[in-house]
Design a protein around this ligand. Structure first.
Ligand code: NAP
Length: 280
């Protein structure tokens, strides 16, 4: 199978490694707006060659679009304009309703499958691509009834070759759930990093004390603005709803601290510990 990956960064590059290793792809083409990233991807052997947008789209059986979510609104229709009926196109963006809305009336809508592989790290670019990133994780396929059966089968086979399980969901529900399980954690990590950077001007002290809770809680704050700003923009309403609930939870702790009600704080912590049963 010939696969073209548009956007050869963390996710695109990690998919390239997996598909080459497991034999799903025998030839991988990279397309990117950054020639520097393409050169790095060739040097790291993530891709076999880099081509222009038009040539890259024409040359592949499967086209994976792995660029920030704001760029998908423009790129996915452009790819769909160029493809033949036997080609399959998928995106891997972290929001799903806006892109599906953007292509709902495209004549080649059926060749497109909207997906979100639920795996990642806080790093970006082709140097961040790693093997086994997706191993035993899940991928969400959204509004799959709008895609042709054969396109969905190809995309399922692609993800299953990477040992991923598939969940099907409608795009509106996906964006609500993604706000809860992913987007709010990034927002609160960015906020926590800002709070501590503001309060603790002595960076050496942060570094020395950061081995435990701080460093794991604030890890996501290393994530790139280029990827996250468009996600917050596209999923603004859902993120705002979740953020309001989060602010209420923080305010609860604040009130109890002011009242010195440590029994109630202990109860709240035990209630929060229920997350252990869900995330083992
Ligand atoms: P990334 O590491 O920054 O890679 C994105 C690549 O796309 C970069 O090489 C970037 O080049 C290139 N690019 C940007 N705009 C482009 C355009 N208009 N045309 C062609 N190439 C373009 O980002 P990523 O973390 O892999 O994220 C890619 C997608 O995966 C996003 O939609 C994101 O929502 C989704 N996703 C991310 C994660 C995660 O944890 N990171 C998890 C699941 C899904 P420049 O360096 O020049 O910008």
């Amino acid at each position: 199978m010939k696969v073209t990956i548009i956007g050869i960064g963390l996710i695109g590059g990690s998919i390239a490694i997996s598909l080459k290793e497991n034999g799903f792809a025998d030839h991988i083409i990279g397309v990117d707006r950054s020639q520097e990233n393409l050169d790095k991807a060739v040097r790291r052997r993530l891709i076999d060659e880099d081509l222009s947008f038009e040539k890259g789209v024409a040359a592949a059986d499967v086209i994976i679009i792995s660029t920030p979510v704001d760029t998908l609104i423009d790129l996915v229709p452009k790819v769909l304009d160029l493809i033949k009926p036997e080609q399959t196109v998928l995106d891997v963006g972290s929001t799903k309703a806006p892109i599906l809305k953007a292509i709902e009336n495209h004549p080649n809508r059926k060749s497109f499958v909207a997906t979100h592989p639920m795996a990642g790290t806080e790093f970006s670019g082709p140097e961040a691509a790693i093997p086994n990133l997706f191993e035993n994780k899940c991928t969400v396929i959204c509004d799959g009834e709008g895609s042709s059966k054969s396109a969905v089968i190809t995309v399922k086979e692609l993800y299953e070759s990477m040992n991923m399980s598939i969940i099907r969901m409608n795009s509106v529900d996906h964006d609500v759930h993604a706000a809860y399980v992913s987007h709010i954690s990034h927002l609160s990590s960015f906020a926590l990093a800002l709070t501590v950077l503001e309060k603790e001007k002595n960076e050496k002290a942060i570094f020395q004390l950061a081995s435990g809770g701080f460093s794991s809680t604030v890890r996501l704050a290393k994530s790139s603005a280029a990827m996250w700003t468009p996600i917050f923009s596209q999923n603004r309403d859902n993120v705002l709803d979740v953020l309001d609930e989060h602010i209420n939870s923080l305010a609860k702790f604040r009130t109890l601290l002011i009242k010195k009600d440590f029994n109630k704080i202990s109860e709240l912590i035990e209630e929060a510990n229920r997350i252990r049963k869900i995330l083992k």
